[in-house]
Design a binder for this molecule. Structure first.
Ligand code: SF4
Length: 224
């Protein structure tokens, strides 16, 4: 994929304008990834409202909360989503090949096997990837741009919500009555796999409940 592109003033665009521009530029080579947190709810709704035919890639680690799977089903039903689901080895296979409870012994390796490598495979069919990351989520995301080229994946990353704060996300979901993950109302501002996610207290960061007993703060998908 060409890493040089004449970009319009994407920072000045609204999230909707950014999606429209990306669809016009990349067409059927544009995809959206979903982990069924509230950003997924916003983007699935927005893409649908704009009438854009964008494939949705689900990175299902097989270790999501029941509430996450139920949220996925509600969004699939409401928006008629057809998911692209890259194959991931079963937990039993992972135990055999990598040792038991890899998330405890080597969470980076576990995230690589269950998230990063399947995403790399899925992105080979696309030139641009819409993701829901926001700058305020963590220090590692504070420099994220609305549109940036990823050498690592050889795709353009489209991040329409990059300048949204959590309140704006919540308000958009409420006003538009979009299905969302109920764990967000139970102290989980950020939701990943069961073994690596805990609720946070009011004074903690949004992502403090992810890999809380280690230095790890990113699964690796968005690491530059
Ligand atoms: S979040 Fe935890 S369980 Fe999920 S893939 Fe990463 S290390 Fe494994």
């Amino acid at each position: 994929m060409a890493s040089v592109l004449q970009l319009p003033d994407v920072e000045a665009m609204t999230a909707e304008e950014c999606l429209l521009w990306a669809y016009g530029r990349f067409g059927d080579k544009l995809c959206l990834t979903c982990s069924w947190q509230k950003q997924s709810s916003v983007l699935v709704h927005m893409v649908s409202e704009l009438g854009l035919d964008v494939p949705v890639i689900e990175l299902d680690t097989g270790l999501f909360f029941q509430e996450t799977y139920e949220t996925r089903e509600r969004l699939v039903q409401r928006y008629g989503l057809e998911l692209v689901r890259p194959e991931v080895m079963t937990i039993a296979e992972q135990h055999r090949q990598e040792g038991p409870n890899l998330w405890e012994t080597s969470p980076d390796r576990c995230c690589h096997v269950r998230k990063v490598e399947p995403l790399e495979r899925a992105l080979k069919d696309f030139d641009a990837w819409i993701s829901g990351i926001r700058r305020e989520q963590s220090l590692t995301r504070k420099d994220a741009e609305r549109v940036e080229f990823s050498e690592r994946y050889d795709v353009w990353k489209i991040q329409p919500l990059v300048d949204w704060d959590a309140k704006r996300v919540d308000a958009y979901i409420r006003v538009n009555e979009i299905p969302y993950n109920p764990l967000h109302d139970a102290g989980y501002p950020s939701i990943g796999c069961i073994p690596c996610t805990r609720p946070v207290s009011r004074d903690e960061d949004e992502r403090a409940g992810r890999w809380a007993d280690s230095d790890k703060i990113e699964c690796g998908i968005h690491t530059r």
